[in-house]
Design a protein around this ligand. Structure first.
Ligand code: PLP
Length: 384
């Protein structure tokens, strides 16, 4: 499926609105590509659940990937229950009341600091699982500050200066995550800095986790370069290499179908939708970015321009301005592309607005299953 087209065989009128529709054929294609790259460089790839955690598709994804990367006890439980392969965890800090349960589920844990190691060393050692330290190479490749783990003052990982020549003493891995939607040239620069600044620590470990942010399934991603970087790192330092992408697994593998509820006018035409940037596509406001809507152009490019806006009370619940070939009317369907990752895992019921339903579609076989709908009970049970 081209990234800006409706998934083949999907009837947008046959599903509830709003609805995230995940195309399992694209998930499979993404996993095949990633598994092939991993095989070529003998890396192990984990699905970062923070980005995509549609567990009904885990039986498919587990055929290709080595396990999951979890950031919380809940994600670790989901991975252990439904994925059933390796469970790696990383969190900026762990909780005393969760650590033992977490360690019983995980086989690899990454700690953010040596003080966490001091606090949990006996727990980790008696659980007998592999432990890494997250390091901060202080090399920024991501230029949006809230997505840059190496921004000044970052809490994520220890710097080379902080570590000095303290022996790792029981820690067997290093974890470095610095990328976001990045190509392999960025990884190349990160790894070069990492090898240079953490040469002393690299000699003491047997595995390295290169984090996420690898845009492996993007059309222009340089897979050959990734293979060369990972192979060189592995061979030079005699380490096993893990990657934990989230977005790459679900890239272009889902759409959000929404409906126009009303058209208003204030200086420009405004279409109010049954979805919301704030509640259903939070990265649109957080990143921020302008999602693609099938069949639209830039403002003014086509004859009818509208501001697409959400149905919450937030004044800034605006998705963006788009132009159309025809005037919009209440009841019209709109399809936002690339909505499988960082949506379902991040959305909210702000204003009591229902979460979008979830459907699994197979664009090759041509079938669509509505696997989850949400209603009042889901809203109410999160409150008390
Ligand atoms: C430690 C860590 N690993 C993996 C990921 C997944 O990144 P992505 O979904 O961009 O591949 C993230 C994302 O923030 C992360 O913080």
């Amino acid at each position: 499926m081209p990234p800006h087209a409706l998934p083949p065989n999907l009837d947008a009128h046959a599903i509830p609105s709003p609805c995230y529709v995940i195309d399992e054929a694209v998930i499979q294609r993404n996993c095949e590509l990633i598994a092939d790259a991993a095989k070529r460089c003998d890396a192990q790839v984990l699905l970062a659940l923070k980005g995509f955690a549609a567990w009904r598709l885990f039986p498919l994804i587990r055929k290709y990937l080595a396990g999951v990367a979890a950031s919380s006890l809940n994600e670790a439980k989901l991975g252990a229950e439904h994925f059933g392969k390796q469970v790696h965890v990383y969190s900026p800090a762990y909780r005393d009341d969760e650590i033992d349960e977490l360690l019983a589920l995980a086989d690899h844990i990454s700690l953010n600091s040596l003080s966490q190691w001091d606090r949990y060393r006996t727990h980790v050692t008696s659980a007998g699982i592999a432990c890494a330290l997250r390091i901060n190479p202080q090399h920024s490749e991501v230029h949006t500050a809230i997505y840059d783990p190496c921004a000044p003052g970052s809490r994520l990982g220890m710097t080379a200066d902080q570590l000095g020549d303290t022996p790792l003493d029981g820690i067997t891995g290093l974890h470095v995550h610095t990328l976001c939607e990045s190509n392999a040239d960025a990884l190349h620069r990160v790894v070069a800095t990492f090898e240079n600044k953490f040469a002393r620590q690299l000699k003491q470990v047997s595995w390295v986790n290169l984090g996420g942010g690898h845009h492996i399934t993007c059309d222009d991603y340089d897979v050959d370069l990734l293979v060369r970087i990972v192979s060189a790192l592995r061979d030079k330092h005699n380490v096993a290499v893990y990657l934990e992408p989230g977005e790459a697994i679900a890239l272009n593998a889902g759409v959000l179908v929404a409906t126009v509820l009303d058209i208003t006018h204030n200086e420009l035409d405004i279409a109010i939708l049954d979805t919301s940037a704030a509640a259903h596509m939070p990265d649109v406001l957080e990143m921020p970015y302008r999602p693609n809507v099938i069949g639209t152009g830039a403002p003014g490019e086509k004859p009818y321009t509208y501001r697409l806006a959400g149905l919450t009370c937030l004044a800034g619940d605006v998705i963006g301005d788009y132009s159309f070939d025809r005037p919009l009317h209440a009841g019209d369907k709109l399809v936002f592309t690339d909505m499988a990752h960082y949506t379902m895992v991040k959305n909210t019921a702000f204003n009591g607005v229902n979460l979008p339903a979830i459907a699994i579609h197979n664009s090759v076989a041509g079938d669509t299953r509505i696997v989850r709908t949400f209603g009042y009970e889901d809203y109410k049970t999160r409150l008390s």
